[in-house]
Design a protein around this ligand. Structure first.
Ligand code: HH2
Length: 302
C-alpha cells in the first residue's frame, strides 16, 4: 500500500471565455438540490427561495461553483419530466445569477433544461450521462462556451445498482471518458472546457468505488481536471453503517484522499467543512519534498 500523492496536474478550465487555473487549490462545488426526494437533502430546498438562500450561503462559505439540480439521481429513481425539472431550476439559477458572481452549473442530462439554464445565466453543464442521454447537449454547451462536466454512469439511475460488474473498472471508465472527450471535441467543445468525473456510486459496487478513488490518478493522463462526488454517498454508509446524516467524517476522509489522488474539484453538500479539510490537504501537498532516501533506507526497505 502506498500513500504517496500523485502530482496533481495544473490545468486550465475554460468557462464562457475565462480561463480558470486548476490544480493548486482544490475547488469546491456546492450542491443545491431543488428536489423533493434527493437522498440527503431532498425537500429541504425544494422551495426556490430557500434554494437561493442555501446557494448564497454555500457561496459565502467558499464554494467555487454552485451546482443546481432539479432531478434526483439516487439509485432506483425515476426521471422527472423536462418541464418540471426546468420549472424547478431556472428561477433559482436566474436569482443566483443576479446575486452572486460565483460560477453556476446545472446538473441535468436534458437538452431543454440545459438550454434554459444557460439562458438564465448558468456557466457549466454537469451531465451525469456524459451526453449519453442526449448528445445534443455537447453542441449546446459548445455554442455557449460553457464548461462541461462529463460523468461516467453504467445504465440509468433506475437500474444502475442492479448488480453492476466490471472486469477492470478503472480501465473501462478511463476508456469511456476518453471516448466522450473525442465526441465532445467533434461537437465543437473546446478541450479546455471539459472536466472528467468517474461517477462514484453510479453503477458501481462498494469495491468499485474504493478502487476508483484509490486509482483516480489513472485519469490524470487524459489531461483534463478531475471532479469527484463522494458527499454522504452510500459507500460511506456501508463502511460506517451510518445514515446520510451521519456521514460527514467519512465524506471528509474520502474527499481528502481524492485530493491526494489528484482530484481538482470536490462536489459536496458541506462546503465549509470539506473546504477547510481540502485547504489543509492542499498546503501539505504543496510542502517541499523531504530529503532523498539514503542508501541505508533503500537497503532496509529491501
Ligand atoms: N452525484 C450526484 C448528483 N450529481 N454530478 C457529478 N458530476 N458527480 C457526482 O458524483 C454526482 C452528480 C448524486 O448526489 P446528490 O445530488 O446529493 O443526490 P441526488 O441525486 O439524490 O439529488
Amino acid at each position: 500500500m502506498s500513500l504517496r500523492a500523485t502530482e496533481r496536474t495544473e490545468t486550465v478550465f475554460r468557462v464562457r471565455g475565462t480561463d480558470h487555473r486548476l490544480g493548486r487549490r482544490t475547488w469546491i462545488m456546492g450542491i443545491v438540490n431543488v428536489t423533493p426526494d434527493s437522498f440527503y437533502d431532498g425537500g429541504r430546498f425544494a422551495d426556490p427561495g430557500r434554494a437561493v438562500e442555501h446557494g448564497l450561503s454555500l457561496a459565502s462559505e467558499g464554494a467555487d461553483i454552485l451546482d443546481v439540480g432539479g432531478e434526483s439521481s439516487r439509485p432506483g429513481s425515476d426521471p422527472v419530466p423536462a418541464e418540471e425539472e426546468r420549472r424547478r431550476v431556472v428561477p433559482v439559477i436566474a436569482e443566483l445569477r443576479r446575486r452572486t458572481a460565483t460560477l453556476i452549473s446545472v446538473d441535468t442530462t436534458k437538452l431543454e433544461v440545459a438550454e434554459a439554464a444557460l439562458d438564465a445565466g448558468a456557466d457549466i453543464v454537469n451531465d451525469i450521462s456524459a451526453s449519453g442521454l442526449d448528445p445534443r447537449v455537447l453542441v449546446l454547451a459548445a455554442r455557449h462556451g460553457a464548461g462541461f462536466v462529463m460523468m461516467h454512469m453504467k445504465g440509468t439511475p433506475k437500474t444502475m445498482q442492479d448488480a453492476p460488474r466490471y472486469d477492470d473498472a478503472v480501465a473501462e471508465i478511463r476508456a469511456f471518458l476518453a471516448g466522450k472527450i473525442a465526441a465532445a471535441l467533434a461537437s465543437g467543445l473546446a478541450v479546455e472546457s471539459i472536466v472528467l468525473d468517474p461517477g462514484i456510486g453510479f453503477g458501481k459496487c462498494l469495491e468499485d468505488n474504493l478502487v476508483l478513488l484509490n486509482h483516480l490518478d489513472a485519469l490524470a493522463s487524459l489531461d483534463r481536471p478531475v471532479l469527484v462526488g463522494v458527499s454522504r454517498k452510500a459507500f460511506i454508509g456501508r463502511l460506517l453503517d451510518a445514515a446520510p446524516d451521519d456521514r460527514l467524517e467519512g465524506t471528509i476522509a474520502a474527499a481528502v484522499l481524492g485530493v491526494v489522488r489528484g482530484a481538482h474539484i470536490l462536489r459536496v453538500h458541506d462546503v465549509q467543512a470539506v473546504g477547510r479539510a481540502a485547504r489543509v490537504a492542499d498546503a501539505i501537498l504543496a510542502a517541499p519534498p523531504g530529503p532523498a532516501p539514503t542508501e541505508g533506507d533503500v537497503r532496509r526497505a529491501g
